[in-house]
Design a protein around this ligand. Sequence first.
Ligand code: R5P
Length: 297
Amino acid sequence: MRPLVFAHPSSVVLQQALLETLPGEPGTMQLRRFPDGESFVRVETPVAGREVVLAWNLDRPDDKMIALYLLCQALREQGARRVVLAAPYLPYMRQDHIFHPGETISARHFAHWLSGFVDALVTMDPHLHRIHDLGEVYSIPSRVVPAAPAVAAWIREQVSAPLLIGPDAESEQWVADVAGRAGAPHQVLRKVRRGDREVEVSVPEVERWRDHTPVLVDDIISTARTMIAALAHLRTAGLPPAVCVGVHAIFAGDAYPALQSAEPAAIVSCDTITHPSNAIAVGALVAEAVAELLNPL
Ligand code: R5P
């Protein structure tokens, strides 16, 4: 029997990719808010004995988690065999450390909560920094889909003479991978400390790259301040306007117009989160990983 695919209203493009790739059947449900703001969920499609996949992206997670939790409970109570969550953007991964006294490692607690009510997870490029593997915090099977092949393919087709640039040392591994696949050179912005309160970010060997198109790549664009600062440094270094590529286009608050005001050559993202900057479709890649998880060889 085909898996049933339910979707949060923000994730219908991913639902379509899942329906085509698995292939699956759409599940129907009611999802709304009571006048007091509480979430209401009613599963309408019979799910007893069925595999269920949820297309449920988790950007702005605080708005979506309660409904997801209630939906999973309802599915289980009605006999669903297994509930697999396809969430291309996995939130709370950046609070992976106690930075100041009194904080907590939210990534751990969020993972513990989610692991308690879904059976498996498929996501794309989660922010793995101090946590090196999802298995360190998630106790359920998970698949991580890399965005690098899709990002590299877009760069190969759309950018002439690209020079890939990571905005900070953390991005080195990822940027090197994308660059290798795109057949392009890469650089990582380097912090040079000139004094206690004077830090400069530089592009090493800038002269060599003046005839290249800089392409800034990062996993997440949230406030866009990282991209804006990097753009300013590249401009100061005398490079042409950079193309900004982000995997997860969160663009919190005024981030998108603020980044546009910094006048990059283009702003491009994967469609893990629906946003006007989406130019790299990754739904089929996520759907293939869900299919592999449901039907391991
Ligand atoms: C941080 O380590 C990430 O890789 C991104 O560089 C960061 O999340 C971007 O955040 P923002 O857009 O708020 O500067």
